[in-house]
Design a protein around this ligand. Structure first.
Ligand code: DC
Length: 212
């Protein structure tokens, strides 16, 4: 069973999904980390991230796993490496390819079938788990999202805002699994809200729906 938390970068998905999973005793799934693993593998191999076929083959060949907070790529701990800005950028490029998405969605479905998950991403409620009994679409203003990301990574705010605008356009405009809220998703604007307020709200929804 899955609680789906979707939304754009910087809307607070990771922090919220992690905290919610901990509160409810569910497992946390960071689907973005999987696209980041494909991007890292492509960069390490010097492969062309715009080559749809090569990226699809690469994605299907990788063993991506989680051990608590640790992200493993072919048995190697890549938790830090996948957060580098160059990987962030490349992950947005590789995730446009349908074959890459197919491979990631299949792995994600395999994982979530076996337990109770809070899964975070862009397409959990629309594609990975359209039957999820609770779907939340988190948003926040572009400025607030960029400020949060800059605080996290120490990058320059203006640069973050510009890169974010490009990534948003790519995520929302791509042909396959474009970022959008599922029709039955609860939309939650986190601008100016404290983490606890957001988690409280989702926890109440989960309780109202008898999920915990
Ligand atoms: O959430 P994140 O920043 O770690 O995601 C990295 C990239 O992966 C981002 O450009 C969007 C993409 N992504 C996706 O296409 N589908 C998902 N379910 C999760 C992430």
């Amino acid at each position: 069973m899955v609680i789906a938390i979707d939304g754009p970068a910087g809307a607070g998905k990771s922090t919220v999904a992690r905290a919610l999973a901990e509160r409810l005793g569910f497992t946390y799934l960071d689907s973005g980390a999987m696209y980041r693993c494909v991007a890292l593998a492509a960069l390490e191999r010097g492969a062309d991230t715009s080559d749809a076929e090569a990226m699809g083959r690469l994605a299907a060949s990788l063993a991506i796993g989680f051990d608590g907070e640790r992200v493993e790529l072919d048995g190697r701990d890549v938790s830090a490496a996948i957060r580098e800005p160059r990987v962030t950028e490349a992950s947005s490029l590789v995730s446009v390819h349908p074959a890459v998405r197919e491979a990631m969605v299949a792995s994600q479905r395999q994982l979530i079938v076996a337990g109770r998950y809070v899964a975070e991403g862009r397409d959990i409620g629309t594609v990975v788990s359209p039957d999820a009994p609770l779907k939340v679409f988190l948003t926040a203003s572009a400025e607030e999202r960029a400020r949060r990301r800059a605080e996290q990574t120490g990058e320059d705010l203006t640069a973050v805002l510009a890169a974010q605008r490009e990534r948003d356009a790519r995520d929302e405009g791509r042909e396959h699994s474009a970022l959008r809220a599922a029709e039955d998703a609860v939309e939650l604007d986190t601008t100016g809200l404290a983490l606890d307020e957001v988690v409280d709200r989702i926890e109440s929804l989960a309780r109202e729906r008898g999920l915990v």
